[in-house]
Write a new protein. Structure first.
Length: 451
């Protein structure tokens, strides 16, 4: 086995197995996941054990934890002894140790797990609290000591990881003041070893990467706190906690008084995506983004989230583009309103004869409520749907931490039936950090693109 140089801040962590729980929190590029993976390999080489590696989403395992462990095994020149098996996804050691990979979105798969003495919860803040408690029940072995390692970027103070391992003011429960951890860097409280890290602790990162994280302070203080400082906190301006409780009648009266109500809501929940987003379009054809900003809800006009970044043929490894009229394409909009006062049905139609001649009639029908401007809504829907449904995905583009769902990027690509040279909206963004490498997978909408 080759000698492996590690970051000094992780020296003690690599060989410390005294506490049952080991909680690692840190900023982007701090190398916490790398050293957890290395720690697992060293432990399983020295002692026969079965380790379970868990993420929230099943489909992300191969490109994250499995890939990282395989990379370290190759770096240590142990690939001739340790087998990385893709089906079923396992890593098998010569002494009988093995690492198995599961995900919490397929909980039925956990029922077959037995005699697991070591569990790693990667990005544990994305795992639900109920899932964490379920895994505690799966951590059992008749003779070996039990260990659970949890690693994460910090999120909001309302996330279960903070409430469970630090403090829960509502229930007057204090385990550890997170400020003490930031000051001391490592802390032990009963059966939990705490470890805090930032990009400064990773001696292998290029200076430009750290400068990029530092720049976040100017345009996104909350993301800077998370990515650069590696600290929990309260994020941005909260929207949902400001809701008031009204009666149904009061809500309906308020809705009816809206001159131009919201027409469409499209929501993306992504466990691997940097941000979840709700995109809303009104009759004014303006778009707004309601997004989960690391545990807090923020609302912004989409025009304010435009970034000076370009996606072109040189910036991504691969592109996936499809064009179709089979879904989300309509060239005739028909809206119906039952007027109870007059006893008559009112019909509003908007259509495009040019595309009807080209594609045939593709009709969208909907019943509208009182107070809705039927003509304005029909025109807005025709403008939105009277085009081909185009989808664009970009794989392994050069990473930029400020790209999130809801951001707008410049796109310059020839895609077969059209050439795109305008701003596109990021519907989902998956960021992958691996030592000094940072890339992202994007799904784009906007302009002529419809998700």
């Amino acid at each position: 086995m080759h000698i492996k140089e590690v970051n000094p801040h992780f020296d003690d962590f690599l060989f410390d197995w005294e506490q049952k729980f080991q909680f690692l929190v840190g900023g982007y590029g701090s190398s916490k996941s790398y050293h957890v993976a290395l720690k697992l390999i060293l432990k399983l080489l020295s002692e026969k054990q079965t380790a379970l590696v868990v993420r929230e989403v099943y489909d992300t395992r191969r490109d994250s934890t499995f890939s990282l462990l395989e990379e370290i095994i190759n770096e240590l020149v142990l690939d001739h002894k340790i087998r990385c098996v893709s089906s079923p996804m396992q890593i098998r050691f010569p002494n009988g140790s093995k690492i198995i990979f599961k995900a919490m979105d397929k909980p039925q798969k956990l029922k077959s797990i037995h005699n697991v003495s070591l569990i790693w919860l990667e990005e544990c803040s994305e795992i639900k609290y109920e899932g964490f408690k379920e895994l505690l029940g799966r951590l059992r072995h008749p003779s070996l000591r039990l260990h659970m390692i949890l690693s994460t970027n910090p999120v909001g103070e309302d996330n279960w990881t903070f409430l469970h391992f630090f403090k829960d003011d509502r229930n007057k429960r204090l385990v550890l003041d997170d400020q003490d951890l930031y000051a001391k860097r490592t802390v032990i409280v009963k059966e939990t070893f705490y470890h805090h890290s930032t990009a400064d602790d990773n001696l292998f990162l290029p200076a430009r990467y750290i400068e990029q994280l530092e720049e976040m302070k100017e345009y996104d203080p909350d993301l800077h706190r998370i990515a650069r400082e590696g600290r929990f906190g309260v994020n941005g301006k909260r929207v949902l906690p400001q809701f008031e409780e009204w009666s149904h009648e009061a809500v309906m009266n308020a809705v009816k008084s809206i001159r131009k109500p919201i027409e469409r809501v499209g929501m993306d929940f992504g466990f691997e995506d940097s941000y979840n987003a709700v995109v809303r379009m009104q009759n004014t054809r303006k778009m707004y983004v309601l997004y989960d900003d690391f545990g807090a809800i923020a609302l912004q006009n989409i025009e304010s989230m435009r970034l000076n970044l370009l996606v072109d043929a040189e910036s991504g490894e691969s592109f996936d583009y499809t064009s179709s009229i089979d879904s989300s394409t309509y060239n005739k909009i028909k809206l119906s309103y039952e007027n109870k006062k007059s006893g008559k049905r009112e019909i509003y139609i908007a259509q495009d004869s040019r595309t009807i001649n080209e594609w045939g009639v593709l009709q969208f029908f909907e019943t509208i409520q009182e107070g809705v401007n039927g003509k304005a809504k029909a025109d807005a829907l025709l403008s939105l749907y009277n085009q081909k449904s185009r989808k664009l995905s970009v794989k392994r583009a050069f990473g930029a931490p400020r790209v999130r769902a809801g951001s707008s990027l410049g796109v310059g690509l020839y895609l077969g039936d059209i050439t795109v040279a305008n701003y596109m909206v990021v519907e989902t963004a998956k960021h992958t950090f691996n030592e000094s490498d940072h890339y992202m997978d994007l799904r784009l909408i906007g302009g002529e693109f419809i998700a």
